[in-house]
Design a protein around this ligand. Structure first.
Ligand code: DC
Length: 239
């Protein structure tokens, strides 16, 4: 199989740094697939919670991966979603964003067997064509040969404010302090785990988003993306 026309843009960073919003916009502008890698960890967490499997039970969690059929596709409902997430035939697009999943997903994702079990699925989608992938370890582990790697960051206060606004829109009212503390713990766990810790790839472009408009950040990334051969060729008048 050749790589003609293919590209991967990795957009990593901590919780609520704006990765998904920015990635969705970039994917839209480039007519690429947006594949949110966090969704696969969230799906597993949701199923584990529903079946009473502890987030600390590595073996049970790893076995669960083989029993569930995860599908992530372009959005079919116009309710603010960036993509559809299905487990078997159930639409869990919003359920995987619930605060209980927020709390349990990081402990679930620390386990080596869980990460190994979900890696193949992520790589398969990542290699499928023109893909924008937000995550934590996309540039370092999942797609180390990505054409462009971005590390998106923002202060904890700013990220907690953004997450509160997102939750409020869905009718979930938590204090900014509560969100900040839960996010702080999650970041700490994500960054200190031994398997694929959350960290910028040495060749990533680091972008701080505090006080910046989404459109402005998107524009900066699109400029960088225009240097990717598959994108430059498509945009050139001779092609
Ligand atoms: O981006 P998110 O909030 O949906 O991610 C949820 C969790 O999934 C995050 O706390 C850690 C884990 N995750 C990961 O370990 N590696 C990824 N590439 C994406 C997410």
């Amino acid at each position: 199989m050749d790589n003609l026309g293919k590209f991967v843009i990795a957009i990593d960073g901590p919780a609520a740094s704006g990765k998904s919003t920015v990635a969705a916009e970039i994917a839209d502008q480039l007519d690429a697939l947006m594949f949110d890698t966090g969704a696969v960890y969230r799906v597993l967490t949701l199923v584990a919670l529903a079946r009473g499997v502890s987030p600390d039970d590595e073996d049970e969690l790893a076995e669960l991966i083989d029993k569930i059929d995860i599908a992530i596709t372009t959005p079919s409902v116009d309710d603010g979603r960036q993509y559809d997430v299905y487990i078997d035939d159930a639409d869990v697009t919003w359920a995987i964003r619930d605060p209980e999943v927020d709390r349990a997903v990081s402990p679930v994702s620390v386990h080596a067997r869980v990460r190994a079990g979900l890696l193949e699925l992520q790589r398969k989608i990542g290699n499928s064509g023109q893909v924008v992938m937000p995550g934590r370890d996309v540039g370092t582990v999942v797609m180390p040969d990505a054409d462009l790697k971005i590390w998106l960051d923002a202060s904890l206060n700013e990220r907690a404010r953004r997450r509160r606004a997102e939750l409020l829109e869905r009718g979930i009212d938590l204090s900014v302090e509560e969100i900040r503390e839960s996010m702080r713990q999650r970041d700490q766990r994500d960054a200190s785990r031994s398997e694929a810790p959350m960290e910028p790839s040495p060749d990533a472009v680091v972008i701080q988003t505090d006080g910046r408009e989404i459109e402005d950040v998107v524009k900066q990334i699109l400029q960088l993306a225009s240097l990717i051969p598959a994108i430059a060729e498509e945009g050139s008048p001779s092609s």
